[in-house]
Design a protein around this ligand. Structure first.
Ligand SMILES: [Cu+2]
Length: 295
């Protein structure tokens, strides 16, 4: 496999510049876990390489993630969480492009991948400019998160992010009302985000779990310094702290639910954030996108 060529290499970027942003546990809602698990996972050094190295709009690009320990040895004990070994979120800086993909979307996880701890995904970048690539994974069941920046060359170029604070939008067949409680979001303070799904004016009660969660969310700051992957909950599920939130991964989500999904979280810093949410509906995944300001 071509991927073996990446062994030993760490980062790359569109223009040959390395940006490896190690976000660590930052804002990932699992801060408490480090104490409970002895912090072994923070030793994981994640790298990213792309093939081709210089990414061009419209070209199928392989993005390979490498997982190493301090000694430079491959980390072999990645564990499945939310049904997948590695969750990869890609968003353009203008927030017009969003993808949530996994190595398993492109084929089986091979023994070779496990042994070398090199995991590829494929993606065609549709616009030139900067992208954030966030990944979520778990080592010995300890959830970890990292993010990277890559630059893509070519045409068309992306514009600045649209400042759209509308709270009612249509995604696919669904009308989605988004709200936050309290309405004014403060950094460092807990906030509840809520989504209400309607179709033809009627509440949707047959939303479906996707990857063992009512909703998957990727929350990204406009300056691309913050990447948070979190999950929605159903109202009435017991209130969860950070540890319980992790345990929710093992909980069963009802087969059908709706129309409301809630997300409990703490924004780590002030600024504008785009909130991408994904929910299962009629065998498909509906992606939602809303912008919030955090003071
Ligand atoms: Cu995923």
């Amino acid at each position: 496999m071509a991927f073996t060529m990446f062994i030993g290499g760490l980062f790359l970027m569109g223009e040959g510049q390395a940006f490896a942003e190690m976000s660590g546990m930052q804002g990932h809602q699992h801060e408490g876990m480090q104490h409970m698990h002895g912090g072994g996972g923070s030793e994981v050094i994640v790298g990213i390489k792309t093939e081709p190295e210089r990414i061009i709009v419209g070209t199928l690009t392989t993005v390979v993630f490498s997982f190493k320990n301090r000694e430079g040895k491959p980390v072999e004990n990645l564990t499945i969480h939310h049904d997948r070994l590695i969750h990869v979120v890609i968003s353009s800086k203008d927030f017009s492009v969003f993808a949530h993909i996994h190595p398993q979307d492109f084929g089986l996880i091979t023994p070779e991948m496990k042994k070398t701890a090199l995991y590829p995904v494929r993606f065609t970048f549709p616009k030139a400019g900067r992208y954030i690539i966030g990944i979520d994974f778990a080592v010995n069941d300890q959830p970890l998160s990292r993010h990277f920046l890559v630059d893509v060359a070519g045409e068309p170029k992306m514009g600045p992010p649209k400042q759209d604070f509308s709270r009612e939008k249509r995604f696919g067949d669904l009308d989605v009302t988004f709200a936050s409680t309290p309405e004014r979001i403060m950094s460092g303070k807990e906030v509840t985000l809520s989504y209400i799904f309607k179709k033809n004016g009627k509440p949707v009660t047959d939303l479906e779990p996707w990857l063992s969660a009512p909703m998957h969310l990727a929350i990204i700051s406009v300056d691309l310094t913050q990447f948070i992957h979190t999950h929605g909950e159903l109202p009435g599920m017991p209130a969860m702290g950070h540890h319980e939130h992790h345990m929710q991964m093992m909980m069963t989500v009802p087969e059908k639910f709706g129309p409301k999904i809630e997300v409990h979280m703490i924004f780590p810093a002030a600024g504008l954030y785009q909130i991408f949410g994904q929910v299962g509906y009629q065998g498909k995944v509906i992606a939602t996108s809303f912008m919030v300001r955090v003071d």
